[in-house]
Design a protein around this ligand. Sequence first.
Ligand SMILES: Cc1cc2nc3c(=O)[nH]c(=O)nc-3n(C[C@H](O)[C@H](O)[C@H](O)COP(=O)(O)O)c2cc1C
Length: 207
Amino acid sequence: MSVKILQVDSSPLGERSVSRKFTAAVVAGLLAKHPGATVASHDYGTAPLPHLDGTTIAAFFTPPEKRSPELAEAIKRSDAAAAELLASDIIVIGAPMWNFGIPSALKAWIDHIVRAGITFRYTATGPEGLVPAGKKLIIVSARGGIYSEGPALPYDHQETYLQGIFGFLGFRDISVVRAEGLALGEAAVAQAMQTAEGQVAQAVDAA
Ligand SMILES: Cc1cc2nc3c(=O)[nH]c(=O)nc-3n(C[C@H](O)[C@H](O)[C@H](O)COP(=O)(O)O)c2cc1C
């Protein structure tokens, strides 16, 4: 069976986006490595999913057979997004840092895919991820400052959040491609791009 790749971008900056440059490089590398792979790609930076509304959340808490037509309609988008995630073998997420966290467009998608009973469940011993073993996640992180070390480390609510939420869903194989220090001048940018290019190659090798 062919490898299914899911590409999720969340920067609205098109050609100027650093995260998009590297998600594209990762996906190109994956396609070269896995001939015949299919790619589903979402440009949530320019066409985001809507934030969860009251009707969708009500549908989350209503068993399918008890949902009104309105609730059944409201939950379709979330069901489709969660099913797509579960059907994918390799997930590539482009994540700019915005105000120490992730863009709300990326959060909106995450709010649709984190589903009790579908992508995680509660058990007597605590929550358990329902994402089957063997799936790979590649997080492409882009940020202006340096957060992997030094004084700003406690302010990284972007990569740490993504590692946390996808770990919660059951992902055990997570690689990071990181371009950081992009606001720190030409030399820092050149260094960041070179480091990230190396990490693209490593992530593709491992996938
Ligand atoms: C709205 C906004 C908020 C940002 N907040 C931060 C931040 O808190 N920390 C940081 O280091 N860089 C921040 N940046 C810089 C971006 O992380 C950086 O430009 C990165 O390249 C964005 O990814 P992109 O190029 O794929 O859009 C911010 C940029 C924007 C547009």
